[in-house]
Design a protein around this ligand. Sequence first.
Ligand code: SF4
Ligand code: SF4
Length: 95
Amino acid sequence: MKGYRYLDGVATLRLDAEACIGCGMCAAVCPHRVLVVRERKAEIIDFNACMECGACAKNCPVDAVTVTPGVGCASYLMAVWLSKITGKKTESACC
Ligand code: SF4
Ligand code: SF4
């Protein structure tokens, strides 16, 4: 999956660095190497590579990382397409 990119700035991934206990699970399970742990704190190093699979959030023992699992770009593009047809603004940037 190296080189995989997502739409810039639309992922729902969020990290609460204060809550993080540095266990490393999020970084271990992320298929796109979005996260790393440095000095016992997780960091997002490649936000736009996040595909919103939810593995990091599911495995975080303290809910320091959150994401709304979805179907990624396809859902976003459908929402934009429908908004053009219906004239209604899309509710979310993605999923
Ligand atoms: S949602 Fe998936 S791709 Fe995104 S940071 Fe978490 S594990 Fe990585
Ligand atoms: S899984 Fe949660 S607690 Fe563990 S390093 Fe990642 S964000 Fe921090």
